[in-house]
Each structure stands twice: as C-alpha cells, then as structure tokens.
Design a protein around this ligand. Sequence first.
Ligand SMILES: Nc1ncnc2c1ncn2[C@@H]1O[C@H](COP(=O)(O)OP(=O)(O)O)[C@@H](O)[C@H]1O
Ligand SMILES: [Mg+2]
Length: 241
Amino acid sequence: MSEHAIVRTTDVTKSFDLGKHTLEVLKGISLTIVKGRYISIMGPSGSGKSTLFNMIGGLDKPTSGKVFIDEVDIAQLDAYELAWLRCRKIGYIFQTFNLIPVMTALENVTLPMTFGGTGNDEAVDRGMELLRLVGLDDRYNHKPSELSGGQQQRVAVARALANTPSIVLADEPTGNLDLNTGEEIITLLKKMSDELEVTIISATHDFKMLNVSDEVIWIRDGLIDKIEQRDELDISVGTIG
Ligand SMILES: Nc1ncnc2c1ncn2[C@@H]1O[C@H](COP(=O)(O)OP(=O)(O)O)[C@@H](O)[C@H]1O
Ligand SMILES: [Mg+2]
C-alpha cells in the first residue's frame, strides 16, 4: 500500500506553438509519486512547474508522454470520466485562492460537494467540519473580501478537501502571502498530509516548503534536475539556511 504510485508520468513533454516558433516547456518528465507523501516540485519561475501541475491535474494535455493517476492513463478517459476525476479525486489550491467572490466561505467549500452529488445537509455538515479543521468555522458566513489572504487560502484548503480527494495539488500556495501567513499555510498542508490520507503535491519556489516535504523534485528548464528524499534534504536545507 505504502509503495502505491498515486501519480506517474512517463517522458511528458509540453510545447506551445507561438506561431513563429515552438516553445518547449517540458522536455521529458518521468516521475513516480507514492501515495500519502508531501511532495514539493521546486524550481525557479518559468521552469515549467505550473505546466507540469496542469498535466498532473488533468487540466491540460501533454504534447507527448503519459500521465497516470492511480495507474490509469488519463488520456484514455472520456470527458465524463475526466470530469469525475477532477471533481472527486483531486483537490486544487492556487496562488490567487480563486474563491468565488459572491459566495460565503461555507458556500465556497460546499460547492464541489454539490457538483459531486452530495446532498445539501451533508455538504453543510462536512463544510463546517472542514472549516473547523482549518480554524475558520467562526468565519463560515464571511465572503472572501471580508477575509485576509491567509484566511482565504485556508478556505481554499478546506475546499480542496471537500470531496475527500486522494491528491491535493497546490500551485504556489504561499505565493501571495507574507512570510508568517505563508508558514501557517505550509503547516496546515503538512497537518493535512499527516492526518488525512492525502498526497500533497505542491509546485513552489518557496524554500520554507522544504522543511515539511517528504520529497523534493527539482525542476530546471523543463527537466528534472534532481529528486531528493527527506533525509537527503536535511543537508541542503542546512546550506540554504
Ligand atoms: N499557455 C501557454 N502558452 C505559451 N507559453 C506558455 C503557456 N504556459 C506557460 N508558458 C511558458 O512556459 C514557461 C514555463 O511556464 P510555467 O509552467 O508557468 O513556469 P513556472 O510555473 O515554473 O513559473 C514560461 O516560459 C511560460 O511563459
Ligand atoms: Mg507557476
């Protein structure tokens, strides 16, 4: 069970056709992510992290290569199956929170459950439970504009967990937050990874993320530079300071 590959990519490339020329963003990414771990995809801005994130999350298609979720080649899924996967199996967290402005915190969290077919009473109960988990149950009736950035991202974490996904994908979850608030979100994600049976995959260039990661996949220029496990990391974290 512990060695189960929840995500696997084989030689994934992605190019964008820019008219005059083609931009090769991912140049052959092969990786295996084991269930239940906290993975950081680390690399400088422009290295292809978000592009890879979109491939793993089934939000975009590779130019070549394959993405397997739970050993299913997602290119083989029809539109309905892919929508089901994106709704039920994966939770998404974005740099800019992406909450729906006219909805309350609770409504934002229950929305994916409604899409997933959960009844209203059950969705509200679970929504409140998730808001409690992220420490925001007292703000359930607040709209995003009435919440701080850190609080909005907590709501987004709760929303990502709405349909008990096996994977949470976070793209620069601390990118719009100050140092302390960013640390709070990292601690929260770590707690989710420890307490719930969820695999966290976070694309980031925030070195604070190194402290909580079980594994770091370093990306440079569309290629994997190196993959480091927790015990190897302690050394490089020390040198970053
Ligand atoms: N839809 C797109 N069309 C054209 N170029 C893109 C597109 N998406 C990303 N890129 C380019 O791909 C490169 C990698 O982008 P991205 O994956 O967003 O990097 P990162 O998330 O690591 O900062 C950048 O040069 C970016 O401009
Ligand atoms: Mg990015």
